[in-house]
Design a protein around this ligand. Sequence first.
Ligand code: SF4
Length: 268
Amino acid sequence: MVVREFRVKGVLVRSRVPGVDYSVNPYVGCLHGCRYCYVAGMPYVRTRCEEWGTFADAKVNAPELVAREIRRLSPGVLVIGVATDPYQPPEAEFRVTRGILEALADANAPERGIEVRVLTKSSLVLRDVDLLRALGAEVGLSVTTDSEEVRRIFEPGAPPIRERVEALRELKGAGLRTYTFVGPMLPMDPERLVEMLVGAVDRVVLDRLNYPWRVRDLYYAHGLGHALKEEFALDLARELVELFSRRGVPAGPTRRWAARLRRGFSGL
Ligand code: SF4
């Protein structure tokens, strides 16, 4: 794993994600190394001679830039962590995300009409509950499956599912608005996932696997097909084969999981 510091010229950017006006990414790269991560396919990552998941560059001057750049923003939704995880392991030392939250709080972001959201897979977010509360932020943790086995295949460097669900409960208990991003939906038992998350979140966002062919290639390149055969139930193998069977089209299991998740979370 390689972690470096570097300085950037700007950090607050307009976002093309629906419902999001601005984004800020405290790092380039992500040590969580999810196999399905769309960022791994971006030109600025592809041209590096480093494998996705093995590097993270900390934008150490991001907090001072946020303090300056926030003055030109009109009201809108600002998400921290669209193309990186803001609470991946180096954040414990570099505290870039914390610095950004401090800058937003100092600049009275909520009074300026800036609605702050954070999306992560890490319980390290609990460290910043004080600032997140001061900002009235909404905090999301991605939970893509109920199965630790599946999580280990697709999100090898990310924290376990249970840890994320517990973090959501703590955040909600601390009075914060919480959500979970079930994206991409991976092989799962939807009813079990609902059971795990009910009471921990105020809303749920679903997304499908957008690049099944790339994930499939990675999957086999890493010898995971063999691991799957050896370690996991045949049902899961069948679901994965079906998931990877069509290019860019939501495959059968995805539709089934989504319908059952929607039913399960309909009371939220
Ligand atoms: S945590 Fe998010 S940014 Fe990091 S590798 Fe996974 S999907 Fe990509």
